[in-house]
Design a protein around this ligand. Structure first.
Ligand code: UDP
Ligand code: MG
Length: 316
């Protein structure tokens, strides 16, 4: 029988896990033609998440867990879970039931019977989300679609079922500053897109406040596009042209009219403008440099404190 590994990143999900587990059991009973392993990745939660995972593992050996030494972010959780997965297929799913497990049979059919390598999901709408967040998200997807070769779909979730070959491809991209939505698009493979209505979080609060989502989006742009660098060069060229045209204008004006060139306010404006543009562009450059710096240090993407196989202090 084929094995599906379900990777579930969890951070402070003590309220959501008791609701999630029965759903996992239900779907595994419904899909009795495959085997499951549930890999829960605890991102160093401050609540009882890890204890719940230990309890579930005791009760059900299909539940495996990995617990980090600190919060390394959802991206690291997904990477760690996929790396630990043994299945012929692997799926990523949020702990809060915002990724409906009921879609799994349909997703499994896509990769086994319809010849796809991956079944990915996206939300039809963003109901229940603050309007400003939706607007910013739409702007991001519209922009990244134009400036990057990685195909990213608006509303796409990380919830997707992949064949082993695609999982291995995703894992072979070993960058530290990970942006999975881009990585999935970048590796390619035949993907079936399945849409579903937005579901509200089952319990607890979002772990991804607006500001984190915003910096995550910026990271995505830097990771998958060098267009901002091209824009900064172009702006430099435009400023030079504008300066040259203005210089010619000043010279000609000086020659044909007797009055001296007055222009203190315009000078101030120009200095401010050029200074601002320069700082902005140095900032853009700095963003790319900081990525190089972070990648070159090549630190581990996560550190494991405990797993179902290895408990700290116990001999393995
Ligand atoms: N998550 C995680 N580490 C983090 C933040 C979030 O593993 O640092 C997990 C979280 O437990 C959940 C998933 O990532 O299973 C998505 O987070 P959340 O539902 O809070 O984000 P939203 O759906 O609001 O974008
Ligand atoms: Mg959620």
């Amino acid at each position: 029988m084929a094995l599906i590994s379900l990777v579930i990143p969890c951070y402070n999900e003590e309220e959501a896990i008791p609701l999630l587990y029965p759903e996992l059991v239900a779907i595994s009973e419904q899909m009795n033609y495959v085997e499951f392993e549930f890999i829960m990745v605890d991102n160093c939660s401050e609540d009882r998440t890890l204890e719940l995972m230990r309890e579930l593992h005791e009760k059900d050996s299909r539940v495996r867990y990995i617990s980090f030494s600190r919060n390394f972010g959802k991206e690291a959780s997904m990477y760690a879970g996929l790396k630990a997965s043994k299945g012929d297929y692997a799926a990523i799913m949020d702990a809060d039931l915002q990724d409906p497990p009921t879609l799994l049979p349909q997703m499994y059919e896509a990769v086994t019977k319809e010849g796809y390598d991956c079944a990915a999901t996206y939300r039809k709408d963003r109901k229940g989300e603050p309007w400003f967040r939706s607007v910013m998200a739409n702007v991001f997807y519209a922009m990244i679609g134009k400036i990057s070769s990685a195909n990213m779909k608006s509303g796409a979730r990380d919830f997707r079922l992949m064949r082993r070959s695609m999982v291995d491809a995703v894992l072979s991209l070993e960058e530290n500053e990970r942006f999975s939505k881009g990585i999935f698009g970048w590796v390619g493979f035949k993907t079936k897109w399945i849409s579903f209505e937005n579901v509200e979080r089952s319990a607890g609060k979002t772990k991804l406040p607006f500001w984190s989502a915003f910096t995550y989006a910026l990271k995505g742009i830097i990771a998958f596009s060098t267009v901002p660098l091209a824009i900064s060069s172009l702006t430099g060229v435009l400023c030079c042209i504008a300066a040259a045209v203005y210089a010619i204008y000043v010279i000609i004006k000086q020659i044909i009219s007797a009055e001296a060139v007055s222009g203190y306010p315009s000078l101030v404006c120009l200095i401010l403008f050029i200074g601002g543009v320069q700082l902005l562009m140095i900032g853009v450059l700095g963003q790319y440099m900081s990525q190089i710096y972070l990648e070159i240090k090549n630190r581990p993407k996560y550190i494991i404190r405990e797993t179902d196989q290895k408990v700290e202090g116990k001999k393995n």
